[in-house]
Ligand binder design. Structure first.
Ligand SMILES: O=c1[nH]c(=O)c2[nH]c(=O)[nH]c2[nH]1
Length: 302
C-alpha cells in the first residue's frame, strides 16, 4: 500500500488590515479581512519537512499589510488582484494564489448635522466580499475574480406567500398568502472580465438590484425571489457569468395572543433564530465560461 499527498494549499487566514488615507484633513478608511492561500508543489514540506519552497505564512501576512501601503487599498478587487498576482509572478514555487477579502464598511459620524472628517460609525449592514485566483505567469496567466456580499439582513412585511406545497403525513405547515419574509443574504458573482471594471460602482449597482428585486417581486417562495435576484443581476451586467445565492429563511411565526383575548392579524411575531430553512441557488448565463477554480476557496480542502 502506498500513501500519497493529495491537494494541498497554505496561507495566512483572516489578516485584519485597516488602511487610512490621511493626505487631507478629510481622511478615508478601508477596513478588510484578507486571507491568502498559495498553491503549487509544496509536497516536500509535508513529506520530509523541507521548507526551501515555502514562503512563510508570516511573509504572506506582511505582504498583505505592505501592499495596503505600496499598492493602495481602495476597491477590494484591485487589492486582491495585486496580491494574488504578486505571489504567482514574483515567488517562484507558487503556481497559483487565492486571495479572499471581506470589507467591513464604516460610515462617517454625523456631528451637528455635518459629516465628520475622521470619525466613523461601523455600518451595521452587509459585508462586501471578493476573491481572486491567479494561475500561471506571462501570456499563460489566468485570472478568476468573484465579488459578493454576505450578512445583508433584509425583511419584507408583506408581498410574500407560501402555499401549494407538497404534503405528506408529517406536514403540519399551513399555507399562507401573506407572511413576513426575512433573510440574511449571501450573494456571490463571478466576473468574466477583470480589466476596465468600476468595481465599486458595480458592487453598489448589484446590491441595489438585489434589494429592489426582494422588495418588488411578489414572492411565491424564497426560491422564486432568489432566481429573480440572480436574473436581474445577470441581465444588467454582461460581464458576469453567474450569481450564487444563499438565503436562510428567517422564520417569523405569528404569536398566539388569543390567551389574552387579543386578535393578531399579522402584527406580532416570534422571530425564531433556528432552525431555519436554507434556500440556495446558482443562477447562470447559459453560455457562461467554465468556472475553473473561481469557487475553490482558501478553506476549500476540508
Ligand atoms: O420560501 C419558502 N420556501 C420553502 O421551501 C419553504 N419551506 C417552508 O417550510 N417554508 C418555506 N418558504
Amino acid at each position: 500500500m502506498g500513501i500519497v499527498l493529495g491537494t494541498h494549499q497554505y496561507g495566512k487566514a483572516e489578516n485584519r488590515v485597516v488602511r487610512i488615507y490621511r493626505d487631507s484633513p478629510r481622511h478615508e478608511i478601508r477596513d478588510v479581512t484578507v486571507s491568502t492561500a498559495l498553491r503549487g508543489d509544496f509536497a516536500r514540506a509535508h513529506t520530509v519537512g523541507d521548507q526551501s519552497a515555502v514562503l512563510p505564512t508570516d511573509t504572506q501576512k506582511q505582504t498583505a499589510y505592505a501592499y495596503a501601503k505600496e499598492k493602495g487599498l481602495r476597491a477590494v478587487e484591485d487589492y486582491a488582484l495585486a496580491l494574488a498576482r504578486h505571489f504567482v509572478d514574483d515567488v517562484e514555487p507558487v503556481a497559483g494564489a487565492r486571495v479572499e477579502v471581506e470589507e467591513h464598511a464604516w460610515e462617517r459620524a454625523v456631528v451637528d448635522g455635518v459629516e465628520h472628517d475622521h470619525t466613523w460609525v461601523r455600518r451595521g449592514q452587509e459585508v462586501r466580499t471578493a476573491s481572486v485566483t491567479v494561475e500561471g505567469t506571462g501570456d499563460d496567466q489566468q485570472v478568476w475574480v468573484t465579488g459578493g456580499l454576505k450578512d445583508m439582513v433584509i425583511l419584507k412585511s408583506t408581498g410574500s406567500e407560501f402555499s401549494g406545497f407538497l404534503t405528506d403525513p408529517y406536514t403540519v405547515l399551513q399555507p399562507t398568502t401573506d407572511r413576513v419574509m426575512a433573510t440574511s443574504l449571501v450573494a456571490r458573482w463571478r466576473f468574466t472580465e477583470h480589466t476596465g471594471i468600476d468595481w465599486d460602482a458595480t458592487y453598489a449597482g448589484i446590491k441595489a438590484l438585489l434589494v429592489e428585486q426582494f422588495a418588488t417581486v411578489h414572492s411565491l417562495a424564497l426560491q422564486q425571489t432568489l432566481f429573480a435576484m440572480g436574473s436581474a443581476v445577470l441581465e444588467a451586467y454582461g460581464f458576469l457569468a453567474e450569481v450564487r445565492l444563499s438565503a436562510p429563511n428567517k422564520h417569523h411565526f405569528l404569536y398566539d395572543l388569543s390567551p389574552f383575548g387579543l386578535d393578531n392579524p399579522g402584527e406580532v411575531f416570534h422571530a425564531d433564530d433556528r432552525p431555519y430553512g436554507l434556500i440556495q441557488a446558482q443562477v447562470t448565463r447559459d453560455d457562461a465560461p467554465d468556472a475553473g477554480p473561481a469557487w475553490y476557496g482558501y478553506t476549500g480542502l476540508v
